[in-house]
Design a protein around this ligand. Structure first.
Ligand code: HEM
Ligand code: NAG
Ligand code: NAG
Length: 518
């Protein structure tokens, strides 16, 4: 019954949209003059709903085009059913929002509303004191000391015992493989070990994925779709009626919540037993750290979910795009392999330890370059607490959404020059020259020009951990294997909460001819 109601509503909405579409197409010239600031053509009342609707499958490139036409790389978007939105690719504006006037730009209710059902009070979804407490507590987990531990305790085992043997198997049998899927499974394993102290073993391909993993996927996908729906009323109605995607979301969220509460309870029991029921002690992962700090089970659950969410498919997306880009840029790939070989040659125990990873500058340049073009978080929004003016003069009203846009920024001529669309890792090095990669120093680039990890007080907590993990994985793989994408055409970049490659990256794996030794 409710499904029919919804269907009816959708049909009416579509009819309504195409009706205004027809009316307005006839009168476009007179309406076009209603443009106030830089942005898409806007009409009274409905704003740019029509162009938004027509461009909904290519929003990233639509915004990027509009931004490069604006003299200060900033546009204002009015649209019926959503709040006024300022989208910026201007580093001064970005610095203002993320740092200089940080307190005026919390995530805000419209954002927390979209993710609230899933993320609750987790660090990703709160502002103010609730955020800063979690930030302080969790930041210990990302100290140099903990990161060293992470390499030895988690990465080594996961890569050497699972990832590499699996790739070897594919190399031996010449079968194709979805590299993105593999890297996601890998990332899920590692982030669960760091955040929950459990090991879902997603790289065991003989078993179906654990329900926790699919539920996570479903929940984040559906939440992301809420954020891109042209009219918010649609998902809010579906939620009230508990139908369609909203019903699926509720199911997935319940499963995640129950599973994680189970993990928390059994962890708690075990940690208490180990300590004669006296108190819970930190045990090398975030979950025990949160429990030891005395937070309630629900609070710990929300905290843990945010971390799994953050570390789940960001690194895998970045690595997938890098492998694809390297397949088109074989000299960069060779430079990575020779950098890794020469660092291992010089190193004391010939292994990828913390120190060796730190030295991989050319590989880091390649990762940065890949994320410049394909940022795992393509855009991110704040909501203004009070009226404000951005450094370029753009007016911001209380409640407006302000979006900084790493994807568009990576493609602005003003920021990266004429060759902005090319993969050129050298632009990250002080003294370019691929062969000199290992020797070359990394250039200091403002995080406000390159906010791929955000910047300011809320900069990604996992940034260092992400680089360590990505370097370890890419270096280990390239040292032993050649990765050849099966299809030649350019893959499609899909920006959900985190971006990914549509349809995955199908590859064949070959043993690399000259073997490094470890
Ligand atoms: C290439 C990989 C990664 C990229 C590009 C990335 C990017 C980002 C971005 C853009 C944000 C801000 C998002 C927002 O505020 O809405 C963020 C926040 C965060 N990231 Fe990452 N991230 C990556 C990997 C990781 C990993 C591996 C972890 C650790 C498990 C992690 C943990 C976090 C946390 C906890 C926050 C919230 C920080 C706060 O709100 O104070 N990230 N990240
Ligand atoms: C996208 O938006 C622009 C206005 O910015 C409009 O001219 C165009 O027709 C829209 N649709 C497509 C498919 O590009
Ligand atoms: C996830 O979504 C798929 C497809 O919509 C569905 O078949 C599956 O049952 C869902 N799983 C969970 C745990 O939500």
């Amino acid at each position: 019954m409710s499904a029919f109601l919804f269907l009816g509503f959708s049909v009416i909405l579509h009819a309504f949209l195409s009706l205004i579409h027809q009316c307005i197409s006839k009168k476009t010239p007179s309406y076009a003059s209603h443009r106030i600031s830089h942005g898409p053509p806007s009409h009274p009342i409905i704003g740019c709903l029509l162009s938004f609707y027509r461009n909904r499958s290519r929003l990233l490139d639509w915004y990027t085009d509009l931004l490069s036409q604006s003299p200060t790389q900033t546009i204002v978007i009015h649209r019926l059913g959503a709040c006024r939105t300022v989208v910026t690719a201007n580093p001064d504006n970005v610095e203002h929002v993320l740092k200089k006037n940080f307190h005026n730009y919390p995530k805000g209710v419209p954002f927390t509303c979209i993710l609230g059902d899933f993320l609750g009070c987790g660090i990703f979804n709160v502002d103010g004191p609730l955020w800063s407490t979690q930030r302080k507590l969790a930041s210990h987990e990302f100290s140099t000391h903990s990161l060293r531990d992470f390499v030895v305790r988690t990465l080594e085992a996961e890569v050497e015992n699972r990832l590499l043997p699996l790739l070897q198997d594919y190399a031996d049998t010449d079968r194709t493989l979805d590299l993105q899927d593999l890297l996601r499974r890998f990332a899920f394993d590692t982030v669960c070990q760091v955040s929950l102290g459990t090991d879902p073993d997603c790289l065991d391909l003989s078993r179906p994925l654990p329900p926790l993993v699919t539920a996570f996927e479903n929940a984040s996908r559906i939440c992301a779709m809420r954020g891109t729906s042209p009219v918010y009323l649609v998902w809010k109605m579906k939620r009230v009626l508990n139908i369609g995607s909203e019903n699926k979301l509720a199911e997935a969220v319940n499963l995640v919540h129950d599973d994680i509460l189970d993990i928390i309870r059994s962890r708690k029991k075990k940690l208490l037993q180990e300590n004669d029921d006296q108190q819970i002690k930190y045990d090398g992962d975030l979950l025990s750290r949160f429990l030891a700090a005395g937070h309630s089970e629900e609070m710990v659950r929300d905290m843990a979910i945010s971390f799994v969410m953050a570390g789940r498919d960001t690194t895998s997306a970045a690595m997938t795009w890098l492998f694809w880009l390297l397949a088109q840029n074989s000299n960069a790939e060779e430079a990575i392999v020779s950098e890794v070989d020469s660092i291992l040659d010089r190193s004391y125990n010939k292994c990828l330890d913390f120190k060796a990873l730190k030295e991989m500058r050319f590989l880091k340049a390649c990762l940065c370059e890949s994320m410049r073009l394909y940022p795992p978080v393509a855009w991110d929004s704040k909501h203004a607490a009070v009226d404000d003016v951005l450094p370029d003069g753009t007016l911001v009203k209380k409640g407006d959404r302000v979006t900084y846009f790493p994807y568009g920024m990576g493609r602005m001529k003003e920021l990266w020059g004429e060759d902005r669309l090319e993969f050129k890792p050298d632009r990250w090095l002080v003294e370019p020259g691929m062969d000199g990669g290992a020797e070359g120093k990394l250039r200091a680039v403002s995080p406000y020009k390159y906010p791929v990890f955000q910047a300011g007080p809320r900069v990604c907590l996992g940034k260092e951990m992400a680089f360590i993990q990505m370097k370890y994985v890419v270096a280990s793989i390239l040292q032993r294997f050649e990765i050849r994408p099966v299809l030649e055409n350019r893959p499609v970049f899909v920006p959900l909460l985190t971006a990914h490659m549509a349809g995955g990256l199908k590859v064949v794996v070959k043993k690399r001819k000259v073997l490094g030794s470890c």
